[in-house]
Design a protein around this ligand. Sequence first.
Ligand code: SUG
Length: 445
Amino acid sequence: MSVREVNFDGLVGPTHNYSGLAHGNVASMSHEGLVANPREAALQGLEKMKSLMDAGYAQGVLPPQQRPDLGALRDLGFAGSDAEVLARAADEAPQVLRAVCSASSMWTANAATVTPSVDAPDGRVHFTPANLQSSFHRYLEPATTGRVLASIFADEARFAHHPVLPATPAFSDEGAANHTRLAGDHGEPGVHLYVYGRQAFGGDGIAPRRYPARQTLEASQAVARQHGLGDAQTVFAQQHPEAIDAGVFHNDVIAVGNGPVLLYHEYAFRDEQGTLDALRERVASPLIPVRVPVEAVSLDDAVASYLFNSQLLTNADGTMTLVVPGECQEREAVWRCLQDHLLAGHNPIAEVVVKDVKQSMRNGGGPACLRLRVALSEAERAALSGRVLLDDALHGELTAWVKRHYRDRLAPADLADPALASETLAALDELTGILQLGSVYPFQR
Ligand code: SUG
């Protein structure tokens, strides 16, 4: 059985813009109001997918969501034709309009938490879409995410889909961005590290003060329970509150794991030693922790460069490649750490590849945010529905589709333009045809 990790990248949607919607996400807050380039954003994403596919990694793609979410505006009482609904929202509640236009579903690391079949008691791959209840613009995602995942992973004998957790602060869930699976190899049984920002019920009350903790212990525990994981397979660790207050709103902004390697910053976990000990007790092969001390990379440098929001990928020869965002080259301390500490150190990381995903980065989404990892056996890959595994033909069609439909300039003031809404629907209708997904969007139902 050949198990491979497939990275499902989110295709950037046509309404990509900078609305400053994400409190606690420094990049999103500081780029509010900037003019975005949706076409460039989508092409940067496709280029990253293509280059990883060309390098031999398995690459998948997930579609963007229907935005503006006119249904959400109607639920909030805006009535009339589509154009009237948009005009009223722009006039009476511009913040709400911005939220229903966000292209945030591109960050598929927040789409769901996934457990590979080798770890699940029933031998199926398990999925729980994240409720993303921390913010209104992302709370709108899970319904369509669930439909998309169910349409791609449709074979019930191989794939299991769980309900979204209750969308309430106690069960705040942001998906795979706070979940890391560690194992000797993708096909071997693994240990699941869930990182949470706060405990909703009980606990000692230690939590960030400045910015919100988006993941609760209770949410992580519920996901592990849904997927049938037991104590010997799970570790729950609290994120360092100081890191969250410095802008580390997800664990994947301060740590990344792959196989037996855990690359992390000194301030990733509140109890660093306890977390490593608990992992070592459970992981079958020797854990390879790669620690970056704060003297080498400050929290500010980590947040600005997104060094840890890199993709760590396994190569055929057993070495690993770290795919970092271009911003890592702009911070001297970070670039030095990559060369002198990570590449030169005793660990499997043998190569650093730099990718330009600047359009996404300005909203706080690096290479790792843009992908959902799903480890699949050959038979599971063959059982996928739709046309979502990237090859040259699909890449070519998607690139042409973006060039046909996307604008190269989008300011927050453009979001009320009814033409943007109709352009987007036409584009998405065509996209479901290209990806052979069926009717996953509200306007198609
Ligand atoms: O949830 N940004 C996203 C970025 C998500 C990054 N994902 C991971 N770290 N896995 C967020 O904060 C900004 C949208 C805006 O401002 O328009 C936003 O939602």
